[in-house]
Ligand binder design. Structure first.
Ligand code: IPM
Ligand code: MN
Length: 364
């Protein structure tokens, strides 16, 4: 029986609640296809700060590196939110991304036709929205040095550094070009080349690489304009490729298109083997949502769709991935909704029931 080691890092807030539903769905995949997933648990984020004094232990990173994939819930919460603190829950996520070399963050944004009425955006604008945002994940202003605070005679000072090397830019742009090739052949490179040198280098390399991808139409859009186009004509995007911070901001914005952050999965990928697979970390794009934690109302679909991405991108189990995605669509078309996607007259279910319904459809 094929067996796959997976590290579970459930984290804080609603992280453990939604991850549990992801596991229900994986159990259904095991039963239907005869695979076996071997789980190891890693304590991360605020939970790890409480238990060990740091957000990510070396042992956890090592366990992640030994596994085929990491399923990550969410981290953070008011308890650990002191802006002065040098130890922060987010260090777990950043440490795993950097430590595992997961430089490419893939965030697909699809608007399910059944949920057109749930978005704050008009139906006509949303029809046909189907894009993938490729966000660079281990460079840029998130990791550039120096990053520090200090005090001098003029008061408190702080610096963050946006830095990109040619190598970092090239590999993420290639990820974008390759993905566009398998889709509608359009790549939008987003930068701030009218102000930033990192962006001018980014644009230059994009133009150079485009010679190797003559079948892909490359366009450059400034990040401020892009944030507007995402709302005015989101259907014109196919693949967007951008740097770490721009991608962070634009994907929260793009999630509004899908009706709820509770719908959007993500995959963070490093170098691929020749068959296209490799280690990855899979997580919903939403955070730990401390305001609704423990209430059983969180939408587990983003986590469940992240499980599907894991099956596809790290385990090469495409058939199972499609079955999970289809199961989600089926449950939604039967009218089941969590509260965040409740526009219209859907049948409201809680987190656990939504997970069970999807798992049942995987088996059906
Ligand atoms: C995300 C999150 C993280 C990020 C935080 C939690 C560090 O917002 O995955 O989008 O900024 O990358
Ligand atoms: Mn974010």
């Amino acid at each position: 029986m094929p067996s796959y080691p997976v590290l579970l890092a459930s984290g804080d807030g609603i992280g453990p609640e939604v991850l549990e539903e992801g596991l229900k769905v994986l159990n259904a995949v095991e039963r239907r296809y005869g695979y076996e997933f071997q789980y190891e648990n890693g304590v991360v984020g605020g939970a790890a700060i409480d238990q060990y004094g740091i957000a990510l232990q070396d042992e956890t990173l090592e366990a992640a590196a030994r596994s085929r994939a990491v399923l990550f819930g969410a981290v953070g919460g008011p308890k650990w939110d002191d802006p002065q603190a040098s130890i922060r829950p987010e260090q777990a996520i950043l440490g795993l991304r950097k430590g595992l070399g997961l430089f490419a963050n893939i965030r697909p944004v699809r608007v399910n036709p059944l949920l057109l009425g749930d978005s704050a955006i008009k139906r006509e604008v949303l029809e046909g929205v189907d894009m993938i945002v490729v966000r660079e994940l281990t460079g840029g202003i998130y990791f550039g040095k120096p990053q520090k605070r200090w005090v001098n005679s003029r008061g408190r000072q702080a610096v963050d550094t946006m830095r990109y090397s040619e190598r970092e830019i090239e590999r993420i742009l290639r990820t974008g070009f390759e993905l566009a090739r398998g889709r509608r052949h359009k790549l939008t490179s987003v930068d701030k080349a009218n102000v930033l040198d990192t962006s001018r280098l980014w644009r230059e390399i994009a133009v150079e690489l485009s010679e190797e991808y003559p079948d892909v139409e490359l366009e450059h859009v400034l990040v401020d304009a892009c944030s507007m186009h995402l709302i005015t004509h989101p259907d014109t995007f196919d693949v967007i490729v951008t740097g770490n911070m721009f991608g962070d901001i634009l994907t929260d914005e793009a999630s509004v298109l899908a009706g709820s952050m509770g719908m959007l999965p993500s995959a963070s990928l490093g170098r691929r083997r020749r068959n296209g697979t490799g280690i990855g970390m899979y997580e919903p794009i939403h955070g730990s949502a401390p305001d609704i934690a423990g209430k059983g109302i969180a939408n587990p679909i983003a986590m469940i769709l992240s499980v599907a991405l894991m099956l596809r991108h790290s385990l090469a189990l495409e058939e199972a991935a499609v079955a999970v995605e289809q199961a989600v669509d089926d449950v939604l078309s039967e009218g089941y909704r969590t509260v965040d996607i409740q526009a219209g007259d859907g049948r409201i279910v809680d987190t656990a029931r939504m997970g069970t319904l999807v798992a049942e459809h995987v088996l059906a």
